[in-house]
Design a protein around this ligand. Structure first.
Ligand code: TYM
Length: 332
């Protein structure tokens, strides 16, 4: 059976982008087809300025939302990254095969470090090495596939390069994984700024639909989405980025084709209205289940405890093998 690994970092409330680009498929497809692991990757949340209490709260919330989205701990392993030491252990070894030039070429590093510097802040070294930790997350489990949105495919490419390099130099140790982005909604854009990704770490919330937004808030955000000049509803990322984003969201909700959908609408208003209702309906069951799970924190904790135990057992043999292969003396 193939192995799948993916993760979500607790740097903000989960968004519609996270859901359509990743989490929904984890629940609807991936966990049924593979031996799947889904992790709240909290170590990754420490790479930028953060409030410790907020990271803890967001980690618990993200785990609860994964379960609310339909991830079944009877089928998949759900755990918190920092509960499993193998990630940090392997990350160091991979730092010894990665180069600093490779890290500096990562688009997310370039964007995030520029943002930090423009605010007068300093850039944490862990922001630079972040993709190495992400590679460790994936390689420790021998994952074949990594279901992620478009923005993470460069990191998965790097993971492949590191796996191949390690295997060539130190002997066959890692499975070489591949990214599997969704066909529709691989990059959901901000409703107020369709040139930028809908991202949970962005501060302004008007263009971001959060999974836990009340139905009326969802409607308001979508009805106020920025649209493009002209009146024709057309699927064209270049000239109609706002409308195209809405078509992608609606198609992802309804399981259709965004280009075909464009022919159905004669006005921006009708497209917005249907998109808003489709998103409200998409989120309703997740929100209901979330409410139930929040009332039962002991259940969520037990899922995470068992998940971490399983994840430790699954990752330790590979990480131990890598330690020996690279030249470290086994403990006596
Ligand atoms: P993160 O936490 O930013 O996002 C989690 C998942 O959601 C996807 N995503 C989107 N998809 C479509 N449209 C959007 N606007 C959008 N925003 C986010 C992301 O592509 C991702 O699949 N580095 C990763 C976390 C990570 C990871 C891993 C993922 C750490 N280790 C190992 C896979 C495997 C990240 O920051 O995702």
């Amino acid at each position: 059976m193939k192995r799948i690994f993916s993760g979500i970092k607790p740097t903000g409330h989960l968004t519609l982008g996270n859901y359509l680009g990743a989490v929904r498929r984890w629940a609807e497809v991936d966990q049924h087809q593979a031996d799947a692991l889904f992790s709240v990757v909290d170590l990754h949340a420490l790479t930028v300025e953060h409030d410790p209490g907020r990271v803890r709260r967001l980690s618990r919330q993200a785990a609860t939302l994964l379960l609310a989205s339909g991830i079944d701990p009877g089928l998949a392993t759900v755990f918190v990254q920092s509960h499993v030491d193998e990630h940090a252990r392997l990350s160091y070894l991979l730092e010894c095969v990665a180069t600093d030039g490779e890290m500096r070429r990562m688009i997310q590093y370039k964007e995030k470090s520029a943002r930090e510097r423009s605010r007068g802040g300093s850039v944490r070294l862990s922001l630079l090495t972040y993709p190495v930790l992400m590679a460790a997350d994936i390689l420790a489990y021998g994952a074949d596939e990594v279901p992620v949105g478009d923005d993470q495919t460069q990191h998965v490419e790097l993971t492949r390069d590191l796996a191949v390099r390690f295997n060539q130099r130190y002997g066959q140790t890692f499975v070489v994984p591949r990214a599997t982005p969704p066909e529709v909604a691989a990059r959901v854009m901000d409703l107020q700024d369709p040139a930028s990704k809908m991202g949970k770490s962005h501060e302004a919330g008007a263009g971001i639909v959060y999974l836990l937004d009340e139905p009326d808030v969802v409607r308001k955000k979508i009805l106020r989405a920025v649209t493009d000049s002209g009146t024709e509803v057309a699927y064209d990322r270049e000239s109609k980025p706002g409308v195209t984003n809405l078509l992608e969201i609606l198609a992802a909700c309804e399981g259709g084709n965004p280009e075909a959908l464009s022919g159905v609408y004669e006005s921006y208003g009708a497209l917005k209205k249907d998109t808003a209702e489709a998103v409200v309906e998409l989120l309703r069951p997740v929100q209901e289940r979330h409410k139930e799970l929040v009332a039962d924190p002991a259940y969520v904790e037990e899922v995470l405890r068992q998940g971490a135990e399983r994840a430790r057992e699954m990752s330790r043999p590979t990480v131990d093998r890598a330690y020996r292969a690279i030249g470290l003396l086994p403990p006596v």
